[in-house]
Design a binder for this molecule. Structure first.
Ligand code: GLA
Length: 399
């Protein structure tokens, strides 16, 4: 298990901020594939290894019925635990929980949605299921035949291969091997001639944001696994400061999936995750049981104003502009999304003040509260809002 100490994420944030800008390598399959941050649902956060074909179909149904599909959520991603055995020819088969992957893919597509799947460059996945090591092209071709549109490729036991190959564990050699493993699957996906979004998952080691694009990634996890509690979410989300220069249309930093609706945080804290992920132009992958979500959860996940921030066509990842946690993302047309987070949860609801000059505006501005869905009219110099504990006030500001 990878359970980083909180200080490691803080340290990570400082290291990230100090990183130099590096040159960009080859593009992924097609820049159109993830021209805005991918949106959808992933089975892991709620279902873990219990997910079944029926759960995935129910998620697809709920994505349509809840209005999520029409709000932009499209990928229905089966995470770890679908894998069965290989046959004598080495072809991978799904296990008993997933009796017919092609039929499942057809079902998902019939709803106007896309299918995602999960594997590892190692012999085993993180859950101990069959990985793609030595079968990369075969697996990519089989995924394509099932109608797969998205692959999450999780390092897991490939770390053991790296150690076996170089017992002295020279970090440079390890990096070269890891990059080669990710590039290999990218090439296998390309050979299928099916557009498949390629999501790298190796927990942000070796500054993947510097080279993820060069090995064909459309997005890459920047951190260890998120958990359904405020501390985990906030440490991950706020530690993304400094990574903004590595994201843009077709290539996204991924601070892991949403926990909204899973029960471990308050509605205010879940609004913080939705707002922060949107400011970060992060992939929005819901991770709750969509078939059982309440109105509050739905309201957070389908807030179209906040989704529009995430999906803005400029594709600029927002950044922290001021202490303690005021974040800003430039939007097309000259507007800016600004989020004021009251991130210290043992404090009371707190008045926080945004000075418009701190986000690049002089003179009066128009503002709209994106959670209250309310125009605030014309404002001068600054705006003070009372922000709940662990919560957020998110504004669109323009002139
Ligand atoms: C790793 C990943 C998770 C999930 C599990 C599945 O921990 O980081 O997101 O995919 O593996 O085993």
């Amino acid at each position: 298990m990878r359970c980083p100490a909180p200080w490691s994420l803080v340290l990570f944030a400082f290291i990230a901020m100090a990183l130099p800008c590096v040159s960009r390598g080859v593009k992924a399959q097609s820049p159109e594939l993830a021209i805005t941050p991918p949106m959808g649902w992933n089975s892991w956060n709620h279902f873990k290894e219990k997910v079944t074909d029926a759960d995935v179909r129910a998620a697809a149904d709920a994505m349509v019925a809840s209005g999520m599909r029409d709000a932009g959520y499209v990928y229905v991603i089966i995470d770890d635990s679908w894998e069965g055995q290989r046959d004598a020819q080495g072809n991978i088969h799904s296990n008993r929980k997933f009796p017919d992957m092609k039929a499942l893919g057809d079902y998902v597509h019939s709803k106007g949605l896309k299918l995602g799947i999960y594997s590892s460059p190692g012999p085993k996945t993180c859950g101990g299921y069959e990985g793609s090591y030595g079968h990369e092209q075969q697996d990519a071709s089989i995924y394509a035949s099932w109608g797969v549109d998205f692959l999450k490729y999780d390092l897991c036991s490939y770390m053991d291969i790296m150690k076996l190959h170089d017992p002295r564990q020279d970090p440079k050699k390890a990096l070269v091997m890891m990059q080669a493993a990710y590039r290999k699957m990218h090439e296998a996906l390309l050979n299928t001639h099916r557009p498949i979004v390629y999501s790298l998952c190796q927990y942000g080691v070796d500054s993947v944001w510097e080279w993820g694009r060069q090995v064909g990634g459309d997005m890459w996890r920047t951190t260890d696994d998120i958990s359904d509690n405020y501390r985990s979410m906030a440490l991950i989300g706020f530690s993304q400061a400094g990574l903004e220069k590595f994201a843009g249309p077709g290539h996204w930093n991924d601070p892991d999936m949403l926990e909204i609706g899973n029960g471990g945080m308050t509605a205010d804290q879940y609004r913080t995750q939705m707002s922060l992920w949107a400011i970060l132009a992060a992939p929005l992958l819901a991770g709750n049981d969509l078939s059982k979500m309440d109105e509050t959860t739905k309201g957070i996940l389908v807030n179209k104003e906040v989704i529009a921030v995430d999906q803005d066509e400029l594709g600029i990842q927002g950044s922290r502009v001021g202490p303690p946690q005021i974040w800003m993302k430039p939007l097309s047309g000259g507007a800016k999304a600004v989020a004021l987070f009251n991130y210290v949860i043992d404090d009371e609801a707190e008045p926080l003040t945004l000075k418009f000059k701190d986000v690049g505006f002089s003179g009066s501005v128009h503002a709209r509260d994106m959670w209250a869905h309310k125009d605030l009219g014309i404002l001068h110099d600054s705006y003070t809002a009372t922000v709940p504990q662990g919560g957020v006030v998110m504004l669109k500001v323009w002139q």
